[in-house]
Design a protein around this ligand. Structure first.
Ligand SMILES: NC(=O)c1ccc[n+]([C@@H]2O[C@H](COP(=O)([O-])OP(=O)(O)OC[C@H]3O[C@@H](n4cnc5c(N)ncnc54)[C@H](OP(=O)(O)O)[C@@H]3O)[C@@H](O)[C@H]2O)c1
Length: 311
């Protein structure tokens, strides 16, 4: 055997061993998803379709319907009675509910467990002290109507560059989830914060869907809000530019007019908003950096008033 074919043979053996190891690890790894809502059901379904060992948890044992590429029924297990431990746990409840699941989450973790926080917002990661936790910038758009979930678009999770996230990406290789590993996770989380700041704020306050972006006055307000958001993010070390506003507006323009946002659906259902983790976080930082943010201030006053005395 000449040296080239020897190297090729060695490469094939290593590749085979890696594939074999990957298959073995895939077979042995178990996943939990907490939160049988828009995001959690899509993640569960994609893992299930790829033959991975995944269990979906909610408040109680039930069955939910997910309308994605096809309509499927997903079994939900009760979080409170669970005794099983998991290698990877996707947390897909709203950030306002983290305290409610902490005890159950502690029981679900072993020494090697990794938590993926699939939530919008910033500032919640330190709540997850029970295991190493990483926040995903989540691009999965869906609507949850009392256990009937409609998946509108996207299946993307953006994760930080870390060996455990690279391992996760490999494990999810056969799923339809688009897992992106980045060195710029903080910037991409800020970008997601800005995307949420504009559309979530106006759809929640107007109690209307993305169709309102057709109104020039709403577009003007969103542009001003985003400009203030960018000023805040840049005070935190980011370097967004005015052109990013056009880019975000183009994202909104791609939304179906009847599509709501997470905050829109929460207001329609009279639920608490993730205000503290999105607009509230922008406001806290604006005050910390002594920035002038008149549009954000008014929006935050109204959103805080919506939350007032609500449980
Ligand atoms: N929906 C979207 O399009 C979208 C897009 C990107 C990012 N996100 C983010 O993803 C995260 C999840 O949002 P989502 O829209 O998927 O929320 P969702 O549809 O409201 O689903 C959350 C699920 O978690 C359950 N839950 C709440 N508290 C629980 C508890 N203590 N124990 C067990 N289950 C509990 C809820 O049940 P109950 O209804 O009984 O409370 C609900 O089934 C949020 O941070 C959101 O901002 C959402």
């Amino acid at each position: 055997m000449d040296s080239t074919s020897f190297l090729q043979a060695e490469f094939i053996i290593i590749k085979y061993e890696r594939t074999d190891h990957y298959k073995k690890e895939n077979f042995m790894t178990n996943f939990a998803v907490i939160g049988p809502g828009a995001v959690g059901s899509v993640i569960t379904n994609e893992l299930r379709n790829a033959g991975l060992d995944v269990k979906l948890f909610g408040r109680k044992e039930q069955q939910i319907t997910l309308l994605s590429a096809q309509q499927v029924k997903l079994n939900v297990s009760s979080l409170v009675v669970n005794q099983q431990q998991f290698d990877f746990i996707f947390v897909a409840i709203k950030a306002t509910k983290i305290a409610e699941i902490k005890d159950a989450l502690i029981k679900m973790c072993h020494d090697g467990t990794i938590i993926i926080v699939c939530q919008n917002g910033m500032g919640q990661l330190p709540e997850f002290t029970m295991a190493p936790a990483f926040q995903a910038a989540v691009y999965i758009s869906g609507q949850n109507k009392e256990g009937h979930i409609t998946h509108f678009r996207d299946r993307k999770l953006i994760l930080p560059n870390h060996e455990q996230m690279l391992r996760l990406k490999t494990l999810l290789h056969d799923t339809q989830l688009e897992v992106i590993i980045t060195d710029d996770q903080k910037t991409l989380l800020w970008y997601k914060m800005l995307v949420n700041l504009g559309i979530n704020t106006v759809t929640a306050l107007a109690k209307n869907t993305a169709v309102i972006m057709e109104m020039p006055a709403v577009e003007k307000m969103v542009r001003e809000l985003l400009a203030e958001g960018i000023m805040i993010a840049n005070s935190e070390g980011e370097s967004f530019q005015e052109s990013d506003i056009d880019e975000i507006l183009a994202i909104y323009a791609g939304y179906p007019p009847d599509m709501g946002t997470s905050m829109y659906y929460d207001t329609m259902n009279n639920r608490l908003l993730e205000y503290e983790f999105i607009q509230g976080e922008f406001l806290r930082l604006a005050q910390q950096h002594k920035l002038n943010t008149p549009v954000l201030d008014i929006c935050c006053t109204l959103l805080a008033a919506y939350q007032y005395n609500k449980k």
